[in-house]
Structure formats: structure tokens, C-alpha cells
Design a protein around this ligand. Structure first.
Ligand code: MEV
Length: 438
């Protein structure tokens, strides 16, 4: 690698020039050709992709897979998932099939509102500020009408606005907390626009007032919160313990139910396990979020905060066995959209939404939470029966074999051999080298 010196105007370079820069400093001619080989053949489409981000040089494809047979509220879905980890889609598909004949998944949207804050500082008394806020709240809300008008026509808009005294946490710190309904949009831009307006207008109103310390009013920032505990959906499965008897499990339905419940309880009791437990849930959640052009970082951040809402990070799923009935569920906060953002802009997320029957944001919440629950069920099912390595490693083995350029016959031999052996990259490489030498 050559020593790099600072470059100015990099963003102004064309894509080709950016790759040339790489070629001059960091990669070979061959690498540069590889980067170009991932450009889309259709220049119009490539332009759309390039403009999602900055300084783009190529595309980075990930596989999109399908989970068929996912029954939610008696309706069948075929769910697109974008994920690079082997066995995630297969595990979800298995869980979908497992519950297909046991009543399927059931969901319920518990709430859909989102929250944002104007974070401000002011040297005043909380009582005086509170009185001023209440006297001026209607004026403040009315001033947002030009921004909220269209959303209100769609059934959304502002649901509440309140002043929060945070001076116990931080000196002179207050918030204007806004609760908003954004219908089928994720609504980040909408919420942030209202908040920025409210922050400014509250200042204007204060200026014309006699409130003590009004000249010290300082908006630090105005931004939505990605923590959306009021935008939440429940997905669940249930059946009699007897109905869990399934030869594929290698144990009685009763033992299986008990072991799943214990595994879920462990994830609620132990943070180390909770992290992995929830990671498995987000394997599924993120894959659908990504496929539908939604923001997986926002969804993850929110889910993890929710998992720690009582001060301890816990598993997100719950399980109960009562009167011979097995019940397994998840409550998941999910701020998603089916209009706006990337959803319709990216040709594949638009297509993914078509595959899902062009759901509303609420329906998408139900689908995503169901996939999260199914993913967790799949992982726990393996963990408490055969162990995770069996299924996981079968897929991992195929990836390693592909990487080693193994032919059909070599793959067959490797699959037979690794039925009983631990899969590791070195182990598979040695095995292939040995059969190639024979
Ligand atoms: C692997 O990506 C996810 C799991 O570890 C989840 C779990 O342990 O529950 C299988």
C-alpha cells in the first residue's frame, strides 16, 4: 500500500476518477476492473443507486432470499429477506412451516406514534416556563399547520406536545416533547421539520413575553427519537403442548416446550445470553427491513433500548406454558415506512413491497415482528434440540466449498464427510486438498 496524502475535491471526481485514484494508490488494475464489473448495465438505474449515497464507486450486492409459507393472521406471505448470513433464511422458512399447521402467527399493532424532542436550555424556573408553555401551546401547535396539513389529510399529524423538565438530570435542560402519527411513512423528515419549526417559534413567542430568563433560551438540537416505545407490535404463536409433538424434534412436545421456555427465561435472566438471543431476532428483522428499504440501524437501536427498558438488557421474546397451552411471543417497537425514503426509490425494495402485497406501515410492522419471532423460534429450536452447529455448519460448509471452487463431486464427498465432523475453513480446505491429491 502506497503512503496516502490528503486529497481535496474527492467528491467532485467522477466515479471513474475515484476508481483511478484507488488504482494509483491502493488497488491493482484487476481490482479496479472488479469494481467496475459490479456497475449496473443500465446507466439510469446505476445513477439512482449512485445517488443514494456519496463518493460511490460501485455496488455491493447482497443476496435476497424468500421465506415462503409465513402465515400471519390467516393470510399467507412470501417474505423477501436481504442477508449475507447462511442459514438465517432457511431457519425462518422452517419456523414458518412448523407453525403453518399449528394456527400460524398472530399479530396485533399496539401503537403507531413516534416521538421527537426540541432539546433546549434556559435559565428560568420550571413553574414559570410551564405556565408560559400552557398559555402558548395552542399558538405553537397552530403555527405548525403548514407543515402538518398534508399528513393530517392522510389521518396523521401531531398527537401531543408537552414540556418536560429535565433539570434534575442536567442543569437548565428542558424538552418540548412531540408525539406524532406519520401513517405509512417512517416520518423522520416530517418529525424533524416540525421540531425545528417548534424550537424556533417557541423562541419567538418567548421573546415577546415577560418570562424570566427568556433571553437565555437556547435550542441545542431538534431531532426525532429512534426510541419508539409507543410504535409497537406484538407477534405470537400458540398451540397445545400436545400439538408440539413432532418426530423431527427428537423429544416429546412437553420436553420441547419446557426447554424452549427455559431458553427464553435464560435470555431474560442473563444479559450475555440476551444479546445473542436478540441478535438472532434481528437476523430476521434486519433482513426484511433492508429488503423493504427501511432503516435497520434505527430499528436495531430502538429494539436494543426497548430490551433494556427496565434497566437490565433482556431477551425480547417471552414464553408461557399454562394449562397445557404453549405460548411464545414478542413485543417489538418498529418505526417503519412503506412510502417515502428508499422504499419506492430502490427498484428492489419497491419490488419487495410488491411481493408483500404493498402493505401499510402497520402491516409491515406485523410482518417484520413475525419474522423476528420466527427467527428466534428457529434458533431456539436448534439450540435446545440438536444444537446450532448442525444446520448452521451445513450452510457454512457450502460457503467454504464455493470459496474453494469445489466441484459437484467434491461437494458431495465433503457433505458426507462433514456429517460427523466439525466444519472449519481449515478442515474443509485440508479435506478438499487431500481428495484432490488422491
Ligand atoms: C446466529 O446468527 C444467531 C444465533 O446465535 C441466535 C441465538 O443464539 O439465539 C443462532
Amino acid at each position: 500500500m502506497k503512503k496516502l496524502s490528503p486529497i481535496s475535491g474527492f467528491s467532485k471526481l467522477s466515479k471513474k476518477e475515484k476508481i483511478d485514484f484507488l488504482k494509483n494508490h491502493l488497488v491493482t488494475d484487476m481490482d479496479a476492473k472488479t469494481l467496475e464489473s459490479f456497475w449496473h448495465a443500465n446507466p439510469d438505474l446505476q445513477k439512482i443507486l449512485d445517488e443514494f449515497s456519496e463518493n460511490t464507486i460501485t455496488n455491493f450486492p447482497l443476496p435476497m432470499g424468500l421465506v415462503p409459507n409465513l402465515m400471519i393472521n390467516k393470510q399467507l406471505y412470501c417474505v423477501p429477506m436481504v442477508i449475507e448470513e447462511s442459514s438465517v433464511v432457511a431457519a425462518c422458512a422452517n419456523s414458518a412451516k412448523f407453525w403453518l399447521n399449528r394456527g400460524g402467527y398472530k399479530t396485533e399493532v399496539i401503537g403507531t406514534s413516534k416521538i421527537g424532542h426540541v432539546h433546549f436550555k434556559m435559565q428560568t424556573t420550571a413553574d414559570e416556563l410551564n405556565e408560559f408553555f400552557h398559555d402558548n401551546k395552542d399558538k405553537l401547535l397552530n403555527s405548525t399547520l403548514p407543515i402538518t396539513e398534508k399528513m393530517e389529510k392522510r389521518g396523521g399529524g401531531i398527537r401531543s406536545l408537552r414540556l418536560v423538565d429535565k433539570t434534575k438530570e442536567l442543569e437548565n435542560y428542558y424538552q418540548l416533547e412531540l408525539e406524532v402519527e406519520t401513517c405509512d411513512a417512517m416520518g423522520a423528515n416530517f418529525i424533524n421539520s416540525i421540531l425545528e419549526h417548534i424550537g424556533k417559534h417557541f423562541g419567538v413567542l418567548l421573546e415577546g413575553s415577560q418570562v424570566g430568563g427568556r433571553e437565555s433560551y437556547e435550542v441545542i438540537m431538534a431531532i426525532l427519537s429512534n426510541y419508539t416505545p409507543n410504535c409497537i407490535v406484538r407477534a405470537q404463536v400458540s398451540c397445545s403442548v400436545e400439538d408440539l409433538n413432532d418426530p423431527s424434534l427428537g423429544m416429546s412436545g412437553e420436553d420441547f416446550a419446557r426447554r424452549i421456555k427455559t431458553a427464553v427465561d435464560i435470555a431474560r435472566a442473563d444479559t450475555y445470553r440476551a444479546t445473542t438471543h436478540n441478535k438472532g431476532i434481528f437476523n430476521g428483522v434486519d433482513a426484511v427491513i433492508l429488503a423493504t428499504g427501511n432503516d435497520f440501524r434505527a430499528v436495531e437501536a430502538c429494539g436494543h433500548t426497548y430490551a433494556a427498558r427496565d434497566g437490565v438488557y433482556r431477551g425480547l421474546t417471552r414464553c408461557d406454558i399454562r394449562d397445557g397451552e404453549f405460548k411464545f411471543w414478542i413485543d417489538l417497537p418498529l418505526a417503519v415506512g412503506t412510502v417515502g425514503g428508499l422504499t419506492k426509490l430502490h427498484p428492489l425494495s419497491s419490488l419487495a413491497l410488491d411481493i408483500l402485497g404493498n402493505p401499510s406501515a402497520s402491516r409491515l410492522m406485523e410482518i417484520v415482528a413475525t419474522v423476528g419471532l420466527a427467527q428466534n423460534f428457529g434458533a431456539l429450536r436448534s439450540l435446545v434440540t440438536t444444537g446450532i452447529q448442525k444446520g448452521h455448519m451445513k450452510m457454512h460448509l457450502m460457503n467454504i466449498l464455493n470459496q474453494l471452487g469445489a466441484g459437484k463431486e467434491e461437494c458431495e464427498k465433503a457433505k458426507n464427510y462433514f456429517e460427523k465432523e466439525t466444519v472449519s475453513f481449515n478442515g474443509v480446505r485440508d479435506f478438499i486438498e487431500n481428495i484432490r491429491e488422491d
